[in-house]
Ligand binder design. Structure first.
Ligand SMILES: Nc1ncnc2c1ncn2[C@@H]1O[C@H](COP(=O)(O)OP(=O)(O)OP(=O)(O)O)[C@@H](O)[C@H]1O
Ligand SMILES: [Mg+2]
Length: 334
C-alpha cells in the first residue's frame, strides 16, 4: 500500500478558526449550519476520528479494508492550497466524478463502493453532515505514482514548451500551431506524482522505466480511450475538454482500476465550445479563472498563497456549477 504509511492519526476537533472564511452575504449562507462549516457553508477540513491523509483537496480516511474520501472545499492552484475555499466545491467535484464513474463503469473498473452515507460502515454514519454529497467509500488501491494526462489542445505548460521546442512533454508536434489549437491527435503526457512540490512531466520511456512496459502501455491506452470518449460526450454538451488527468491504482490481485476523481474542473481544462477560438486564451469553467487572478498578483507561487477575494470565490463557484450543469444536464443543489 504505497501511500498508506502516510496516514496520520487525527483527533476529532473543530475546524481551526484560521480555516474559517469570513462571513459574507451569500445565498449559500444558512443559519442552521453545523459548527464545522463556515458561514458561507465552506468545509475546509473534515474531522473524523480515523487515521487520515490530507491531500490538497481531499481528506482520505483509512477505514481498514476501505477508504473514505471526503472532498473538501479547499482549492489549490500552482500546487498551493489557497487560504480560503470555494463553498460547495467538494460536492460539485464529487457529483461530477460520480457521473463519469457511472458512465465508464461498464468498460473499466473503478474504486467506487458506495456514495450514500446510509450505505457506509456504521462507525462513520454519525458524521453524515460532513459527508453527505461530498464523500465516497472506495476500494483501497496501491496508487500507481503516475499522473496520467491526456491533452487534446495546446494550452498551459504544453503551449509554453511548444513555443520553445515545438514539442509537448518531448513529443514532436507539427509547426505553426497556435495557442489553444486542437492537436492533430490527443497525446498522452504522463507526469510523476510528487509527495512535495510540483509534479514533473516525464516521457513515455521514463514511465516505462518506472512502472514497466505493460503497465505504462495500459495506462496510456486507457487514458487516451477515456479522454476520447469523454471529449466526444462533452462536445455534444457544448464543452471542450482541452486536457485532463486520471489516476489509476492496483488492487491486491493486480487489477488496474480508475481511482481518485474523474474529469472535474480541478483535474481538467473545460472550455465553452461556443466561445472557442484558437490563438488566444479561452474562457473556461475550471481553475484557470483562479490562476488568472493569481497571475495578476505579486506572489511567487510558494506558500502562503494570497487570499482569494469574494468575487473570485463566487466566480469560481459559478463556473464549477456551470461545468456540472452543462456536462450532466442536472442542476446541483448545494
Ligand atoms: N482508491 C484509492 N486508493 C488509494 N488512494 C487513493 C484512491 N483514490 C484516490 N487516492 C489518493 O487520495 C488522494 C486524494 O487527495 P487529493 O486529490 O486532495 O490529493 P492531491 O493533493 O491532488 O494529490 P497528492 O496529495 O497525491 O499529491 C490522492 O493522493 C490520490 O492518489
Ligand atoms: Mg488530486
Amino acid at each position: 500500500m504505497g501511500r498508506l504509511p502516510m496516514l496520520r492519526k487525527c483527533s476529532r476537533r473543530k475546524c481551526p478558526s484560521s480555516n474559517r472564511v469570513p462571513p459574507f452575504n451569500h445565498p449559500l449562507s444558512f443559519s442552521t449550519r453545523p459548527a464545522y462549516l463556515s458561514r458561507m457553508g465552506t468545509l475546509l477540513q473534515s474531522n473524523l476520528p480515523f487515521p487520515v491523509r490530507r491531500g490538497k483537496v481531499r481528506d482520505v480516511y483509512d477505514l481498514g479494508d476501505t477508504l473514505l474520501i471526503v472532498a473538501t472545499d479547499r482549492i489549490s492552484a500552482y500546487d498551493c492550497i489557497m487560504p480560503n475555499g470555494i463553498p460547495g466545491k467538494g460536492k460539485i467535484l464529487t457529483a461530477l466524478s460520480l457521473f463519469w464513474f457511472e458512465k465508464f463503469a461498464r468498460q473499466f473498473e473503478n474504486h467506487l463502493i458506495a456514495t450514500k452515507v446510509p450505505d457506509y460502515p456504521e462507525a462513520v454514519r454519525p458524521y453524515a453532515p460532513e459527508l453527505e454529497g461530498r464523500s465516497m467509500l472506495v476500494k483501497k488501491a496501491r496508487v500507481i505514482p503516475i499522473e496520467c494526462v491526456a491533452r487534446g489542445y495546446l494550452a498551459g505548460s504544453g503551449w509554453k514548451e511548444y513555443q520553445r521546442s515545438q514539442t509537448v512533454c518531448g513529443l514532436s508536434l507539427p509547426p505553426g500551431l497556435r495557442h489553444c489549437d486542437k492537436l492533430p491527435n490527443p497525446i498522452f503526457t504522463p507526469a510523476t506524482k510528487e509527495e512535495n512540490g510540483h509534479d514533473l512531466n516525464i516521457s513515455h520511456e521514463q514511465t516505462v522505466d518506472r512502472i514497466g512496459h505493460d503497465l505504462a502501455n495500459q495506462l496510456r491506452d486507457r487514458t487516451l480511450s477515456l479522454y476520447a470518449q469523454a471529449a466526444d460526450f462533452a462536445a455534444s454538451r457544448g464543452v471542450i475538454i482541452a486536457d485532463t488527468k486520471f489516476e489509476f491504482g492496483q488492487l491486491p490481485g493486480g487489477n488496474v482500476i480508475l481511482i481518485d476523481e474523474v474529469l472535474t474542473p480541478d483535474s481538467s481544462r473545460f472550455w465553452p465550445a461556443d466561445e472557442y477560438s484558437a490563438g488566444r486564451d479561452q474562457a473556461s469553467f475550471d481553475k484557470q479563472y483562479v490562476r488568472n487572478y493569481l497571475d495578476s498578483q505579486i506572489w511567487d507561487k510558494t506558500p502562503p498563497a494570497p487570499k482569494l477575494p469574494m468575487e473570485v470565490v463566487h466566480g469560481t463557484q459559478q463556473r464549477y456549477l456551470e461545468a456540472h450543469k452543462k456536462l450532466t444536464g442536472r442542476t446541483l443543489r448545494l
